[in-house]
Design a protein around this ligand. Sequence first.
Ligand SMILES: Cc1ncc(C[n+]2csc(CCOP(=O)(O)OP(=O)(O)O)c2C)c(N)n1
Length: 564
Amino acid sequence: MGEISNISSVSTLVEIAARKGVRDVVLSPGSRNAPFIISFNGHGAFNCQSILDERSAAFVALGIAQQQKKPVILNCTSGSAVLNYSPALVEAFYQNIPLIAVTADRPSEWIDQGEGQSMRQVGLMENILIGSFNLVEEHTEDDHWHNNRLINEAFEMAMSLSRPVQINVPLKEPLYGTVESNEDSIKTFDVMIPKASLSEIDLDSLASEFNAAERILVLVAQGNDSLNCLDVLREMNADSKVAILTETHANLYHLGFVSSIDRTIESFLKSQLESDYVPDLLITIGGNVISKKLKALFRRHKASITNHWNFGDEVMDTYQSLTRLIKVDPAPVLSFLKDLPQNTQYQFGNKWRAQFFQMEQRHLSFLAKCPYSDLKVFELINDFIPEGANVQMGNSSVVRYFQLFNQLRNVSYFGNRGVSGIEGCTSTAVGAAQASDDVTLFVSGDQAFRYDSNALAVKSGTENLRIIVINNSGGNIFRIIDGPKDHPVSEGFIEKVDEHSIRKLVEYHDVDYLEAHDLNSLEQSIQSLMDPKRMMCTVLEVFTPRIESPEIFKEYLEFLKEAK
Ligand SMILES: Cc1ncc(C[n+]2csc(CCOP(=O)(O)OP(=O)(O)O)c2C)c(N)n1
């Protein structure tokens, strides 16, 4: 171990972090947090990196934690720097990702006393954190015990609940003193959480609802918990009354599951047929659902959903039909249910699967004739995604286009769908690339890419990052959704048309740049982008037609609708 700060609260936190197994630390420059910068670098247990823009830094940390499924520490100076962490922290909160934001602060007596870079930091972000801790300045042994206890509690909370915490640390000058180590006075404790399981009585009551149901639909959305359900869901999929719908970022691949939900449901939406696709037992697993159309469908027919079981930690009554919140791992429960005798009289699951395959054919025949547009570009992107790739889907229309295409085997999909902000997707992809040896492909809209361009300043560990920016000259989503398109202020204020190329932005950051304007140049440039010999983070800018792309997308939906 090298030199660490002689401020006890700092050295205690750093040592506890090491003992709890945290390895990645994203630091941002500053003086108030210098004791942490010195200690994390000096300790020897940590991989440290420095990122100037705290908003970007926090999203990079999110990307690392998302891939490693382990907490990552963030550390910044006092003042507004802290608030720049908030977009990534709220995203982490809703994606169940453990981030530990260690924020340096002025001593409490100097808050609101005209000091620079000082503000009311304590409890500032409580609403978007699972825990908010404020350390004390250490003058006595009890102060040290108090800090030691709070730090342990904060780490355990973040790790056991898989959500973000803040540890705010008031620091008095001098800030640069160092010592060898104070390990002896530091203690750790851990928390043991029993594995929850349902009683036989509970299982029996679920079994009777499962048996009584004629139309069962299992919907799996974003989340880390669903992977262990894959095998049991595969078996359940053979039950004629059970349909299994998965969103891309659930990362559950099986040919027989109904993925590409929007594409599958378009033809019956708002027709007399739609009620045939509504379950009487809805089982949901995972977090937020991307498909707005599916949510609207189930809400329109909430009266027909006799039972809705949600496997989760908190009440989330997305379809206004919740009857049970089940706070256990879904896999053993589903496993128990799948072994119940099947009733082949009901064909609800088979009906969904037939619809899925029919619409897949329809999708393919439209694409065979589809002119150059956002939709066509996504077809080509999908064709070139290599095995084992980690796909980071940008928000806005990108994630929706991805969901129209079949999920690829051995490809993982991620997206910031906790709160769906566009301000940190590139940084998240940077963090994910750093934490993975596989190719990380990030696809973004042009506005989102401009927003988070500071992400390109991060160079280390991004050799495997490939970025495709769909430049349709602004927020094209607002030409797709009903409402904004024809409004007089839309172009300047909602769609916010922006005709600039992002080339200069990319070149400013010394990142390799490719561009495409049509199908031929796109095919060539994607090949070059995905060339395994390419050893550098590269951005491919794909120019697509701003007006035609949404029109072609609407024609596509019409074509799907016409399916018999
Ligand atoms: C932080 C944040 N601000 C604003 C929004 C609202 N918003 C959603 S999509 C979008 C436009 C995105 O444009 P672009 O990245 O070019 O993608 P496209 O719509 O063309 O797919 C905006 C501003 C948001 N989601 N997050």
